[in-house]
Design a protein around this ligand. Structure first.
Ligand code: NAP
Length: 246
């Protein structure tokens, strides 16, 4: 369904997991996609080639979203290559589950630097540079509604993202740009699976009434809706896509 052929989307954290599925889906829908990543260049390049083989347009952009200068350079490179930016998907994120009492200063700072400041950095750039009629999708998590032990700092970073979403949607008044957040439930990616026993993964998979783990494509579909014409009246919202877990 090629309906966005003149539109350009930056997807952060798109070398693997949910971000890679989003980049691939948006390319299928006709967007030119910028595949951002922090370290895994090989996976990002492989995805770009796959998109191009299917007739899409893609560029890879290494940038630690926590670094404002790197984010600026990514926006510069996107404008230089494609002339502008219409869509920003703030998907890059990290999770390490650990009890609050056991959380080091470094882990606390790293989570806020990537999950919260990373989102802030791209939003600030988007405010100055995104074309009118654009779409922004941030990433929170359904863990914010579950309040499970071990998620205090991660949830705090995502609560901040939701706060940014609500205010930023209003600050873009007059630009015809929507700002929404997706809050996935458990999705089978490295972020969710790493460090969990098979039993714990099975427990999570049983939690939603749909009785399965989500797949990256489940979230890519939601993002495709939010950046597409049918979601034009959805603005400043948090959409929990989680199989009904909360
Ligand atoms: P993932 O499989 O671990 O992938 C994370 C992606 O983010 C990778 O492409 C990684 O790139 C990139 N990344 C990490 N740090 C970065 C940085 N500083 N700058 C730029 N890119 C960076 O994670 P995921 O499960 O797809 O999660 C995507 C988003 O969904 C996150 O915001 C997460 O909090 C949220 N979420 C996930 C779940 C879930 O169950 N999976 C549930 C709720 C919310 P490199 O490989 O290059 O490092």
């Amino acid at each position: 369904m090629q309906q966005h052929t003149d539109r350009v989307a930056i997807v952060t954290g798109a070398s693997r997991g949910i971000g890679a599925a989003i980049a691939e889906r948006l390319a299928t829908d006709g967007f030119t996609v910028v595949i951002n990543y922090a370290g895994d260049a090989a996976s990002a390049e492989k995805l770009a080639r796959r998109i191009e083989e299917k007739g899409g347009r893609a560029l890879t952009a290494r940038a630690d979203v926590a670094d404002p200068d790197a984010v600026k350079r990514m926006f510069d490179a996107t404008e230089a290559a494609f002339g502008g930016i219409d869509v920003l998907i703030n998907n890059a994120g990290i999770l390490k589950t650990v009890a609050l009492a056991e959380t080091s200063d470094e882990e606390f700072d790293r989570h806020f630097a990537i999950n919260t400041k990373g989102t802030f950095n791209t939003l600030r750039e988007a405010a100055k540079r995104m074309r009118n009629g654009g779409r922004i999708v941030n990433f929170s998590s359904t863990t914010l509604a579950l309040n499970l032990p071990g998620y205090a700092v991660y949830n705090a970073t995502k609560a901040a993202v939701e706060a940014l979403t609500h205010v930023f949607a209003k600050e873009l008044r007059g630009r015809d740009i929507t700002v929404n957040t997706v809050a996935p439930g458990p999705i089978a990616t490295d972020l969710f699976l790493s460090g969990k026993s098979e039993e714990l993964v099975a427990q999570f998979a049983k939690m939603p009434p749909l009785e399965r783990l989500g797949q990256p494509d489940d979230i890519a579909s939601v993002v495709a809706f939010l950046v597409g014409p049918d979601a034009g009246w959805v603005n400043g919202q948090v959409l929990r896509a989680n199989g009904g877990v909360a």
